[in-house]
Design a protein around this ligand. Structure first.
Ligand SMILES: Cc1ncc(COP(=O)(O)O)c(C=O)c1O
Length: 402
């Protein structure tokens, strides 16, 4: 590969995150293209049968099949690993493919997992439905309290699985405290870092073992493709994840990898501006609605912890209205600029009613325990002028009597 490609860690180790986001992992072809090449190929041709055999035997460098390797996907994996400060990364077809693979590759019947109870609906489905179906015991706890992790440990506990901040309650997990508990007991921590991304929070620095992503969110950042990623040690990725990933095939397409590579170039700029915009919008909402769940606000009970482990609070938060689903849906229906959409991390401002969308599949009594009420709305603050977003919310709130 060519000069200054970013493939060589001795070259990149001194680069700062903003540089890594643009150049990390770049591997130029013989044409020397400046922008990353998109390799739309499912297979690779060999000069002779012996080369094919040697590559499959691992005796010759090179690619064999795009479920296993693809140059564009590898560039993305290198870039995410560099940004995360991880030894290795494997990209996946979606965030849920990442969460599922990160858990199933290391758990087996008879093991026990402790999960944060506040979590994205499909992540709760993994802990509540999928894992128990395969004989893996699970316990969900209030992950804001590290002691609850310690108290729930059993002799067969293998994994702690949680997101911070959590979707959509914005519960913050004390990364250092929880990772310390896990380390002391030989338990693997799997952190879903979708809301923060490595631009704002790097769980490995606090002792986490595995960091998993929905790259569909801030990493793409413009609502275009589904993607995911799993970061960890070389040993975990190569010896634990890869056998599962290569043979079950939750592989990221080269096209989607290319889109996320382009997204990462502006991640730092976008997430910082969107975080600032979110503070402006949340400050407006405070006092106007009964509750604003945003660790970025000094009034939030976990503000100090969030600011200790995050560089900024991110673009996503939730609010709670007292008028239940009727008032929440009424507010959504009165919006003019903000889209009603269950996606997040987009450069557009989006709003959703979790109880009837992202958390529809979670049993109502579980939703209540998680704190996802009928009056909750989740907001992703985009890159629009925050004054326009505030004006839209102002008129929608007035329309529902607030
Ligand atoms: C915290 C979190 N984890 C995982 C996912 C799943 O990601 P994907 O939709 O890319 O499968 C989401 C999606 O909203 C999420 O918010």
């Amino acid at each position: 590969m060519k000069r200054r490609t970013g493939q060589d860690r001795s070259v990149t180790q001194n680069w700062k995150p903003a540089t890594l986001a643009i150049r990390g992992g770049t591997a130029r072809s013989e044409w020397g293209e400046t922008s990353e090449a998109l390799f739309l190929t499912s297979g690779y041709a060999y000069d002779c049968a012996g080369d094919a055999a040697a590559r499959f035997a691992g005796e010759q460098a090179g690619m064999t099949y795009s479920r296993l390797q693809n140059p564009t996907v590898e560039m993305l994996e290198q870039r995410i690993a560099l940004l995360e400060g991880a030894e290795a990364c494997r990209a996946t077809a979606s965030g849920m493919a990442a969460m599922t693979a990160a858990l199933l590759c290391q758990l087996q019947s008879g093991d026990h997992l402790i999960g944060g109870r506040a979590a994205f609906g499909s992540c709760r489905w993994l802990t509540d439905t999928l894992l128990p179906k395969f004989g893996i015991e699970t316990t969900v706890i209030d992950a804001r309290d590290p002691q609850q992790f310690a108290d729930a440990i059993r002799p067969n506990t293998k994994v702690f699985f949680f997101e911070t901040p959590a979707n959509p309650t914005m519960d913050v997990v004390d990364l250092q405290a929880v990772c310390d508990i896990a380390r002391a007991r030989g338990i693997t921590t799997v952190v879903d870092n979708a809301f923060a991304t490595p631009a704002l929070q790097r769980p490995l620095e606090f002792g986490a073992d595995v960091v998993a992503y929905s790259a569909t969110k801030m990493m793409d950042g413009q609502g275009r493709v589904l993607a995911g990623a799993i970061c960890g040690t070389e040993d975990f990725i190569v010896n634990t994840l890869l056998p599962f990933h290569r043979n079950t095939g939750p592989t990221l397409s080269a096209f989607n990898a290319w889109v996320v590579l382009k997204g990462l170039e502006t991640l730092d700029l976008r997430i910082k501006r969107q975080s600032e915009n979110a503070i402006r919008v949340a400050s407006f909402l405070e006092g106007r609605v009964p509750r604003v769940n945003f660790p970025g606000l000094p009034s939030h009970s976990q503000h100090n912890l969030a600011m200790r482990q995050m560089d900024a609070a991110g673009p996503i938060f939730s609010i709670e209205l007292d008028g239940g689903r009727t008032q929440a849906h009424g507010l959504l229906d009165a919006l003019g600029l903000i889209d009603i959409s269950n996606n997040i991390g987009d450069s557009r401002s989006l709003m959703t009613h979790p109880a009837s969308t992202t958390h529809y599949g979670v049993a109502p009594e579980q939703r209540a325990i998680m704190g996802v009420g009928e009056g909750m709305l989740r907001l992703n603050v985009g890159l629009e002028d925050p004054e326009d977003v505030i004006a839209d919310l102002d008129q929608a709130l007035t329309a529902v009597g607030l």
